[in-house]
Design a protein around this ligand. Structure first.
Ligand SMILES: NC(=O)c1ccc[n+]([C@@H]2O[C@H](COP(=O)([O-])OP(=O)(O)OC[C@H]3O[C@@H](n4cnc5c(N)ncnc54)[C@H](O)[C@@H]3O)[C@@H](O)[C@H]2O)c1
Length: 403
């Protein structure tokens, strides 16, 4: 039986580790967070993702998965640690690959000849090569004695298990052999097609995909601001435009969140300051949409205050960065809610998905419906689609009621 070590047991690493285990590998999942290890080894999970808990039960009962703080010798190592950005006092955020480097340093003592090392963390162009240099410098291994590849993830939170198995994958080995070995490995649990290329291309593919999404959402967000100035419904506008056989405008929202689309474009921009003009503009438009939403809510609250002769109670519906998940990373809805609170408005946040230990008050939908004056719809959670805001004062920034 072959062994696999998965470093980083978050939204990507944990489902991947469990699927690799289900395919017959003995998997050791590694994380620096002791709480995660304790939870997983007692059969519980720390993230909301459909089907994940059952998968964990299945592979634990067959003895194929265990979590630990310490890596071990393995045939395959998968790196799925965060790659956030850092500001460094500049207006252009820089990629932070320190987690990747630390993860590599933690496995280096266990890497042997013919091992396969796969980087799944979204990374700036050139990171896979840096990974190789880090290993070569700290072991007696030669470049052609280990297989290293970059293989980006394209999964959608909420549907991760299905997409890990069925999505097509781009595999970028540092050489042809590494790409082939990586393809063979993924063939154990993936049913999608494999596209083999080199590591630099695969790194830029991932960044390009997310920048493309960001720029396209920016277009929808810009049109939503323009529609507001004409007092027109942007969802109707987009619906009518999309009747054109070659037009497909995305939906606007209260900004762009998550640690992928809101982050990855900076990995291109920061390294191509004089070239990445459209990508940079897209990022700025999406950041400005969040500011626009805050201003719009503040203005409406002010006129309501004059009408009621008291501060209105305002519900912020949704805090996560997208519908029907518990992920708050880079969430514009959370940023809006916190900023409105800091402006002294009477805000009642309501999100059925956020963890109990979150640092913000969270009111039930029942309470909100009975007690507030003004509803701000920030995230299109399914639960919100069940309610009616007819004859209530509301602003819908995600198209549940106005779409
Ligand atoms: N979540 C997604 O939908 C998604 C999609 C595509 C790509 N990605 C990329 O995948 C990577 C991981 O994302 P995620 O959402 O799983 O992140 P996450 O924050 O959910 O999980 C990362 C885990 O890594 C652990 N960790 C950090 N440093 C470590 C180290 N040195 N050793 C062991 N564990 C360590 C953290 O404790 C955390 O549990 C990122 O680069 C992200 O951009 C994520």
């Amino acid at each position: 039986m072959k062994n696999c070590c998965v470093i980083g047991l978050g939204y990507i690493g944990l489902p991947t580790a469990l699927l690799v285990a289900k395919s017959g590998f003995k998997v050791l999942g590694i994380d620096i967070n002791p709480k995660i290890i304790e939870l997983l080894n007692s059969g519980e999970i720390h993230i909301v993702e459909p089907g994940l808990i059952n998968l964990l039960k299945e592979v634990r009962s067959s003895g194929l998965f265990e979590a630990s703080a310490m890596p071990c010798e393995s045939d395959v190592f998968i790196i799925a640690v965060p790659t956030p950005f850092k500001n460094n006092g500049s207006t252009i955020p820089e990629p932070d690959i320190s987690y990747v480097i630390k993860a590599i340093q933690s496995i280096t003592p266990y890497i042997r000849k013919d091992n396969l090392i796969i980087l799944e963390s979204t990374s700036p162009v050139g990171t896979t090569k840096i990974v190789q240099e880090e290993i070569i410098q700290n072991t007696s291994l030669l470049e052609n004695e280990i297989n290293i590849a970059y293989c980006p993830e394209r999964v959608l939170p909420g549907n991760i298990i299905h997409e890990l198995v069925h999505n097509d994958r781009v595999i970028g080995g540092l050489n042809e052999k590494a790409s082939k070995v990586t393809k063979n490995f993924y063939s154990n649990f993936c049913k999608g097609r494999f596209y083999l290329t080199d590591s630099k291309m695969a790194e830029l593919v991932k960044l390009t995909e997310n920048s493309y999404r960001d720029v396209n959402i920016a277009f929808a967000n810009e049109m939503s601001i323009i529609c507001d100035s004409y007092d027109l419904n942007v969802y109707k506008l987009i619906d009518l435009c999309n009747q054109h056989p070659r037009v497909n405008i995305l939906k606007p929202g209260c900004g762009v969140g998550g640690h992928c689309i809101a982050v990855d474009p900076w990995f291109i921009i920061s390294r191509n300051l004089d070239k990445a003009n459209l990508i940079r503009m897209g990022r700025e438009v999406n950041l400005n949409k969040t500011k626009f939403v805050i201003e719009k809510i503040t203005k409406t609250a002010k006129s309501l205050e004059e009408k009621l002769n008291r501060k209105p109670k305002i519900a912020c519906l949704g805090l996560t960065f997208k519908p029907d998940i518990d992920d708050l990373r880079e969430s514009p809805a959370m940023q809006i809610t916190k900023e409105l609170i800091s402006k002294g408005l009477l805000i009642y946040p309501c999100d059925p998905y956020i963890p109990k230990d979150s640092d913000i008050d969270n009111y039930s939908l029942e309470f909100i419906l009975k007690n507030v004056d003004f509803f701000v719809v920030l995230v299109a959670h399914s639960q919100f689609k069940e309610i009616s805001l007819k004859e209530k004062c509301y602003l819908d920034f995600c198209g549940i009621f106005d779409g």
